[in-house]
Ligand binder design. Structure first.
Ligand SMILES: [Mg+2]
Ligand SMILES: [Zn+2]
Length: 189
């Protein structure tokens, strides 16, 4: 099974320092939903792994998070795309859980759920911790220069911040084009 694991905020949708607390605040980045649909049509399954500490901080509740994801799924379906599953960490940073990225718990859950070899899967995100969590379980890391990483456009990556084999793309659409154009064989490990 071909699997791509995406971060949510700053990768699929516009991020906010104030957290995304309502469906109204969830706005897709230009071309991001179409990119997911394109991946799907090329045979890639897509899952989301997202830190949602706003839950643990009491900024919004699970009903609101579900409503946000319902909007995401609906808008994605309208362009012919599909996210198979959304895995999220509901904890606040001080809870010391195993699932808040950069810890790899969400990725381990996804690997178990899909019965997939994460070493031939890809992780896409806009922060170091997204890529660190995915790389810890063997995913190929990809940084998109949107959200948190938009400030890095046109610059070299800061050293020792991202996993050493990180590939860089302008945005999710550029990542999708890269993955689809690439030979379908899994990368050598
Ligand atoms: Mg992000
Ligand atoms: Zn957690």
């Amino acid at each position: 099974m071909k699997l791509v694991i995406l971060d949510r905020d700053g990768t699929i949708n516009v991020d906010s320092d104030e957290f995304i607390k309502t469906p109204e605040e969830w706005i897709p980045l230009p071309g991001a939903l179409e990119a997911i649909a394109k991946l799907n049509h090329a045979g890639w399954h897509v899952a989301v792994a997202s830190n949602q500490s706003g839950l643990g901080r009491g900024l919004f509740d699970v009903a609101s998070l579900n409503a946000i994801h319902a909007k995401m799924h609906k808008m994605l379906a309208a362009v012919g795309g599909r996210i198979d599953a959304v895995f999220y960490c509901p904890h606040s940073p001080d809870e010391g859980c195993a699932c808040r990225k950069p810890r790899p718990g969400l990725f381990e859950q996804i690997g178990e759920r899909f019965g997939v070899d994460l070493k031939v899967s890809h992780v896409v995100g806009d922060t170091p911790r997204d890529l660190q969590a995915g790389a810890a379980v063997g995913c190929q890391p990809h940084l998109v220069l949107t959200g948190n990483a938009a400030a890095l456009r046109g610059q070299p990556l800061p050293p020792d911040t991202y996993p050493p084999d990180t590939l860089v793309h302008q945005d999710l659409a550029a990542f999708a084009d890269w993955l689809i154009a690439r030979a379908p064989a899994p990368r050598p490990t």
